[in-house]
Structures are given as C-alpha cells and as structure tokens.
Design a protein around this ligand. Structure first.
Ligand code: C2E
Ligand code: MG
Ligand code: MG
Ligand code: MG
Length: 299
C-alpha cells in the first residue's frame, strides 16, 4: 500500500515524492503520538461509555442498550473506536481497556435500571484478542460482582473472528460464559468469512445483522434478500436477530414485517451518556411510539 503510493509518487516526479515522503512522515508521527497517548489513556481516565438503545420490534418496548467506548484526548480530541480499538489490539492494551469497559458498562447499567425502575439489558463488545489472551471468564465475573448487575441481563458481543478459531477451547469458553447466565451475540454478522456451520456448533443466542445489509434494505433487492434470509435462517436455528444501523421508519417496517426481533440505530437514538439515556428512556416510557420520525408524523 505505502509502497504503491511511493512508487506512484516517484513516477510522478521528484517534487511529488518529497510531498509523499513528508506526508507519510507526518502520518507516522501522528500514529506514534496516538500510540503513546493510548498507552496512558486508561490511567488518565480518558475513556467513557455511550449507550445506544435497543428496541424489541414485536412489542415496541425498549429492552436495553449496547455500550460503546469513547476516547477523548486533550490534544488529539475525540479518537474514533474504529481507529483506536485495532491499535489497542496490536499494542496488547485491549485486555485492560476491555476490562474497564466491562466493569463500567455493568456499573452504569445497574444504575440506569435503578433510576428507570425497569430491567435493562446491556451488550458489551469483546474483541477476539481480549477473548483469547486474557482470562475472559474472570473478567466477566469480576464485572458482575463489582456492579451487582444480573448476569442474565448482560450480553457479550463477539465477532465471527472469534468463531474462526474453531478450537475446543473456543467452544469451552463460550459454554462457560453461557453457564454464568450471560448471553452471546455474534456482531457484524455476514461480513466475516466463516462457514455457517459454526452457528450449530457454538452456543450462540443472537445474530446482529451488519449495518451494511440494513443500509439499502428498502432500495436494494439483493440486500433485502440477504437480510430476509439471515432472519429466516436464524429463526429456524432458534436464534434471535438484531438489526444494526436502523435509520428510517421504512427500514424498521421492513424488518418488522420479516419478524426481526430487535432494532438498533439512529432512528431510535444515537449512542448517548447514561444520564441522557435515562432521560430519553423516561420519555420513551410515557410515549412508547416508534421513534422520533413516527412521533413527528403522528403529531
Ligand atoms: P459495532 O459493535 O458494530 O457498533 C455499532 C457501530 O455503529 C457504533 O459505532 C455505532 O455508533 C454505529 N451505529 C449505530 N447505529 C447506527 C446507525 O443507525 N447508522 C450508522 N451509520 N451507524 C450506526 P462506533 O461507536 O463508532 O463503534 C465502532 C466499532 O468499534 C463497533 O462496531 C465495535 O466493533 C468497536 N467498539 C466500540 N466500542 C467497543 C468496545 O467497548 N470494545 C470493543 N472491543 N470494541 C468496541
Ligand atoms: Mg457491537
Ligand atoms: Mg456491528
Ligand atoms: Mg463493528
């Protein structure tokens, strides 16, 4: 990749080569700065969580949320998890960051459901590195013990990458997690390369249809077909289905017609702080309509 850029720059002439060279130097420097900052971020308390609502499509009720990590650095500003999570994985930092996320998510969810007077589920992302390198069972147990949050309301999101490691160890770990009472969801389903047979071999509860299939669900016939097929297949395997990235009423109605179980996306709410989550959930309780757009169209 970098070589190609370099080659093209060389071919384009000396001046361009210099430009690319200094550009890459700056990019490398920025990366180094970010890595150094990331190493200190936990100690400096720079991480926080946002919570995005999940809605039961059959009942229209709020059932809980997904916890999503955020990093704010005083100089670098907000760094997206799409950038720093892979970095933390490479640097071997994902175990400690992931533990912080697990504990904080359970603690904040416990507080939120107390304030709301309604049970809430919380889904937490676990990266493959965190899953295999660290003692994930102790991490989960510690988070539950420290927060008093019920295991039955915690959901762990893994990616197909975890299931690619088709070892006895993986199966045992997944069974152990489930024996704690915690449920298991496969995130970004449909984007990996793993064979579908894993769905019957591993003890999974839920599939999260990746947002890339949901985006054009109402306009692209093949995306509609893929999403419908995932829902039908999941249900015949007794798995529940969550649709990610639901942004419009039309997408929601499509999913509802196909008996998809849970919806998550900007249509219902963006990831927000726990305080904001409780406020908007209280509004949702008094007006359990279908979301902002539907409410607006009914007014
Ligand atoms: P994910 O787990 O698939 O999370 C869903 C992502 O989609 C989130 O991005 C969320 O903000 C975004 N999203 C939700 N609804 C919509 C929508 O309607 N439209 C669009 N366009 N996007 C929507 P975010 O927060 O930037 O996180 C990106 C990824 O970073 C996550 O994808 C997850 O893989 C990873 N990540 C986030 N937090 C954690 C964490 O605590 N631990 C680990 N290991 N990974 C995390
Ligand atoms: Mg997720
Ligand atoms: Mg996802
Ligand atoms: Mg993702």
């Amino acid at each position: 990749h970098a070589d190609t850029a370099m080659y093209q720059a060389k071919a384009a002439g000396r001046g361009n080569y210099k430009f690319f060279e200094s550009h890459m130097l700056r990019t490398n420097q920025r990366r180094l700065e970010t890595e150094t900052a990331l190493r200190r971020a936990l100690d400096r308390d720079e991480f926080s969580l946002r919570f995005q609502p999940q809605i039961n499509i059959h009942s229209g009720q709020l059932i809980g949320c997904e916890a999503l990590v955020r990093w704010h650095h005083p100089q670098l500003g907000d760094v997206s998890p799409g950038l720093f999570i892979p970095m933390a994985e490479e640097m071997g930092l994902i175990g400690s960051i992931g533990d912080w996320v697990l504990i904080s998510a359970c603690q904040q969810a416990a507080k939120m459901q107390q304030e709301l007077g309604q049970p809430l589920q919380v889904a937490v992302n676990i990266s493959p590195q965190q899953f295999f390198r660290n003692d994930i069972i102790s991490s989960i147990n510690r988070a539950l013990a420290m927060s008093g949050f019920p295991a039955s309301q915690l959901e762990v999101e893994i990616t197909e990458g975890v299931l690619l490691e088709n070892s006895r160890e993986t199966v045992q770990l997944l069974h152990k997690i489930r024996s704690l009472g915690v449920s298991l969801a496969v995130d970004d389903f449909g984007t990996g390369y793993s064979s579908l047979s894993y769905l019957t071999r591993f003890p999974i509860d839920k599939l999260k249809i990746d947002q890339s299939f949901v985006r054009d669900i109402t306009t692209d016939a093949s995306d509609a077909a893929v999403a419908s097929a995932i829902i039908a297949m999941a249900h015949s395997l007794k798995l529940a289905v969550v649709a990610e990235g639901v942004e419009t009423l039309e997408q929601y109605e499509f999913l509802s017609q196909r008996q998809c179980d849970v919806a998550q996306g900007f249509y219902f709410g963006r990831p927000v702080t726990s305080t904001e989550f409780v406020d908007s959930a209280q509004q949702f309780q008094t007006q359990p309509a279908l979301g902002d757009a539907r409410r607006a169209s009914l007014d």
